[in-house]
Design a protein around this ligand. Structure first.
Ligand code: NAD
Ligand code: UGA
Length: 471
């Protein structure tokens, strides 16, 4: 028998845990929601009086936090107390790609999920519904259940899956108006009851017909498949951008016309320098690993191609810069506009900008970088992470770091540069006074628009040499 849910705990106060729990607290004022994290710094930022210091930037989030925080939404590092108090516990910790051991570079690293499950098992004395909110490989619930079973406790643990589909930059509106909510559970009386308990919470603001209940493995797999399908569309249009450049077709025209077929649809057909973000690559690798582990090699190869195409697009873009600038970038100043993996977020995990920057630096360029939201420390750490993975010496890293300048405005990076590359589609880059900036650049002045946000003809009329994808 499940207990009535009055207290919810969420383990993991990141991009998913923070916004999802803020929205649950807003929509369910009678529930007490406590978000916990091992990171004291992060929790301190979630508690900061100045809401512009929240640890993540997400439009609309500050307003919800100001309404709910210390009313029925709490942030804490006291994980044990929050687990003890709660009848329902969400696990929203990070699940990065494994960096060593079995499945290295492919499988999801479940160490934080396992730590969370062990913690819950260790200290729980009352019945709990455990909700998998993190994106997990299929059949992870089995492993979590095994941990709970090993405790030999009298209290029950019911594990259900409720993957998250929010996109960064639009997280709050996505959570308010989800296309669908998926809740998967065991097909047992207690499984159905646990699923229904969560259905009741979501139905406070999501239409019942948008809440889909499934078996637990379908729910886990649906999340991986959704991300794989979205990423596949981007790789598909990016592959076509290369054909357009070779043939004289225009990728934006092709995408518009193709997308008008209602069976195909218009979304996720915008060509780009490559998709980024913490999840697309990781989740596809996870799917590929899953397929290979069942010996489904053709299936694995098929999905792996989505990643291969993404790498190709990022490399192709960087190569285009080098070849256009007379095949040498040595000591040339290149301005990079944008570092976030998309507009509307301060997140730069797996951003195409990291890989383009790395390649340009390897070719001898000096980089001046501006992003309106991503912090300097993050940009440096993103690059160091890539170099550490390749075992670069400290000397080499220090040399490369001296060739990077993080600037405070777009004008700072444009002045005196040989070329400017747009890597994130921030609106403000469209509104730069390009005519006056043109005068400050070295000539010929090159623009590489990795997001196709500028008006090609206007830029050419000003005098720029313009490269856009698929044009
Ligand atoms: P994140 O890195 O922003 O946050 C995860 C948090 O969990 C971190 O603050 C970390 O300190 C904390 N944590 C790790 N282990 C812990 C433990 N044992 N106890 C307490 N706290 C712990 O990650 P995220 O972007 O929020 O992603 C979380 C999960 O949600 C991932 O599986 C991801 O694939 C999935 N997801 C992410 C998004 C997104 O837009 N970022 C969208 C949908 C799903
Ligand atoms: C994506 C999914 O959209 C969410 O549903 C999912 O919950 C989330 O991953 C996750 O699991 O983490 P997110 O990565 O935040 O969300 O952002 P998207 O809007 O999907 O963009 C991902 C990348 O694709 C960005 O780099 C973006 O610039 C790029 N993109 C997107 C394109 O290049 N072209 C497009 O047409 C759309």
């Amino acid at each position: 028998m499940m207990d009535e849910v009055k207290n919810i705990c969420c383990i993991g106060a990141g991009y998913v845990g923070g916004p999802t729990m803020a929205v649950i607290a807003l929509k369910c004022p009678d529930l007490k929601v406590t978000v916990v994290d091992v990171s004291e710094d992060k929790i301190a930022l979630w508690k900061s009086e100045d809401l512009s210091n929240l640890p993540i930037y997400e439009p609309g989030l500050e307003e919800i936090i100001s309404q709910t925080r210390d009313r029925n939404l709490f942030f804490s590092t006291d994980i044990d107390s929050a687990i003890n108090e709660a009848q329902m516990i969400f696990i929203a910790v990070n699940t990065p790609t494994k960096e060593h051991g079995v499945g290295k570079g492919m499988a999801a690293d479940l160490k934080y999920v396992e730590q969370s499950a062990r913690k819950i098992a260790e200290i729980s004395t009352t019945n709990k519904i455990i909700v998998e909110k993190s994106t997990l490989p299929v059949r992870t619930a089995e492993a979590i259940q095994a941990i709970f079973k090993s405790t030999n406790r009298k209290n029950s643990f019911e594990v259900i899956s409720n993957p998250e589909f929010l996109a960064e930059g639009t997280a709050i509106q996505d959570l308010f108006k989800s296309d669908r909510v998926i809740i998967g559970g065991d097909q047992t009386p207690s499984g159905y009851q646990a699923v229904d308990t969560l259905v009741q919470i979501y139905s406070r603001w999501i239409d019942r017909d948008k809440i889909i209940t499934t078996n637990i493995w379908s729910s886990e797999l649906t999340k991986l498949v959704s991300n794989a399908f979205l990423a596949q569309r981007i790789s598909s249009i990016n592959s076509i951008s290369a054909i357009c450049e070779a043939t004289g077709a225009d990728v934006d025209e092709v995408a518009l016309a193709v997308g008008k077929d209602h069976r195909i649809g218009e979304k996720f057909l915008k060509t780009s320098v490559g998709f980024g973000g913490s999840c697309f690559q990781k989740d596809i690798l996870n799917l590929v690993y899953l397929a290979r582990s069942y010996n489904l090699n053709e299936v694995a190869d098929y999905w792996e191609q989505v990643i291969i195409m993404n790498d190709y697009q990022r490399n192709r873009f960087a190569d285009k810069i080098s070849t256009s600038l007379f095949k040498t970038l040595t000591d040339k100043k290149i301005g990079l506009l944008g570092w976030a993996f998309k507009k509307g977020t301060d997140d730069s995990r797996e951003s195409a900008a990291i890989y383009v920057a790395d390649k340009l630096l390897a070719d001898g360029a000096i980089l001046h970088i501006f992003d309106p939201k991503v912090k300097t420390k993050k940009i440096i750490n993103d690059l160091k992470f890539v170099w550490d993975k390749r075992s670069f010496s400290e000397k080499k890293i220090n040399y490369l770091l001296k060739r990077i300048f993080i600037r405070k405005s777009s004008c700072d990076i444009i002045e005196d540069s040989h070329a400017v590359a747009i890597l994130t589609e921030w609106e403000e880059f469209k509104n730069i006074d390009w005519e006056s900036q043109f005068k400050k650049m070295r000539k010929p002045a090159f623009i590489f628009d990795g997001r196709n946000i500028l008006n090609n003809n206007v830029m050419r009329d000003i005098g720029f040499k313009v490269y856009q994808l698929g044009k």
